[in-house]
Design a protein around this ligand. Sequence first.
Ligand code: GSH
Length: 202
Amino acid sequence: MSEFTLHCFTESGNAYKAALMLELSGCDWSPKFIPFFEGATRDPAWRESVNEMGEAPVLEHRGRRFTQSGVILDYLAETTGRYAAGNDDETREIWRWILFDNHKFTSYYATLRFLYGLQNSGETPVTEFLRARARAAYAVVDKHLAKADFLVGAARPSPTFRSPAISSTRRRPASTGRPNSRMSRPSRSGSPRCPAGRRRPT
Ligand SMILES: N[C@@H](CCC(=O)N[C@@H](CS)C(=O)NCC(=O)O)C(=O)O
């Protein structure tokens, strides 16, 4: 059994943040597939036993359970010592970008991607609203990255965990809708496949 278990599904950008961090940190981990599109996270029993908030991702480690991608990244950085903040100022900087990510990219970009890319809503006033805000958020990040290699910790030998967080929302164009492979499909043995984090994300 792996040391870490990540409840996830492949279309989830928030799960991807945690999966990427686990891979980059060299953790011994395995995915536990959430049948999200069959409504698993709305099931009261799932909420009772896995996450009362009804969201992916969920990380299990040594009998403890963690939810919220930012908290999961924070826990992994603390536990592994990889990509951690070097001081209090960096900690605050990381949380500043984590909160920006959760607000702007998850609520605007991820919702746009869900409606337009996965549900094929077509262009609507709602998608236009979301796209304008997502573009504005990307512009903020692009402007910051024009001056630095990483959002936080540019001068350090390795980036902080802020990078896995943002990378999940930057990994695909907005209009993706094609089925993806790794975290969603059972393998031949019946267990979910492990995301191949060392390969390029699609
Ligand atoms: N703030 C949360 C957002 C998690 C989230 O929205 N996850 C999506 C999948 S990517 C989900 O499970 N949504 C279910 C819902 O909102 O009902 C995090 O960063 O982990």
